[in-house]
Design a protein around this ligand. Structure first.
Ligand SMILES: [Zn+2]
Length: 165
C-alpha cells in the first residue's frame, strides 16, 4: 500500500486492499491478473494500491536486523555468487570483531559461506556483488510478508525482488 505520494507504507492482505478500493479510499496502481467476485461486482485483485488521501506517517526508527530482512534486502541471493542463499554471512567475521549489523551481514549460499570460513572475502577469493547497506525503514514490513512481488520493486528503491530458488 502506497501513500498518496507513492511512498510505500505497508503490506496489507489482498482482501483488505479490495475493501479500501471499494470504499474509494484507495485506487489500484498495479493488478495481479486475478479477480475478486461478489454478487454485485467483480474487482481486479490489486498488487499495489495507493491511498487517495495523504496520511502522515510517524517517524520510523532503524530497521531491526533479522534473517528475513537480510534475505529480503538481498533478493534471497548469495551476495558472492548469485545462487540461492541459505545462510547469513558476516563479511568481516565475528571472530575478528565483525559486528552483527546491516553493513556487515549478507545472504550467502552454503558453499560460499563454508569456503569463506573465518576470512575476509578477498582472502577467500570471493567478491561482494553489492556493498551491504541498512535498508529503508519500510523493509521490515515487506520482510514480514515473506517474499516481494517483483512488481513492488518499482515502488521500493533499494529492495531486490525475491527470485524463486
Ligand atoms: Zn555463493
Amino acid at each position: 500500500m502506497l501513500n498518496a505520494t507513492f511512498e510505500p507504507l505497508c503490506v496489507v492482505s489482498a482482501r483488505r486492499a479490495v475493501v479500501l478500493v471499494l470504499k474509494e479510499k484507495a485506487e489500484i496502481v498495479e493488478r495481479n491478473g486475478a479477480e475478486f467476485r461478489s454478487e454485485r461486482a467483480a474487482v481486479p485483485a490489486p498488487s499495489v494500491i495507493r491511498l487517495v488521501h495523504f496520511v502522515r506517517v510517524p517517524f520510523r526508527s532503524r530497521v531491526p536486523l533479522s534473517r528475513r530482512g537480510v534475505f529480503a534486502r538481498d533478493g534471497h541471493r548469495c551476495q558472492y555468487c548469485g545462487r540461492a542463499a541459505e545462510n547469513l554471512d558476516h563479511v568481516l567475521p565475528r571472530s575478528r570483531g565483525g559486528p552483527h549489523s546491516w553493513e556487515n551481514v549478507v545472504a550467502s549460499c552454503r558453499p560460499c559461506n563454508a569456503r569463506k570460513e573465518d576470512r575476509l572475502p578477498q582472502e577467500a577469493g570471493l567478491r561482494l556483488r553489492h556493498a551491504p547497506v541498512t535498508p529503508h525503514a519500510h523493509l521490515w514490513l515487506i520482510a514480514t510478508a515473506g517474499t516481494v512481488d517483483p512488481v513492488w520493486t518499482r515502488y521500493l528503491p533499494g529492495v531486490a525482488a525475491a527470485v524463486p530458488a
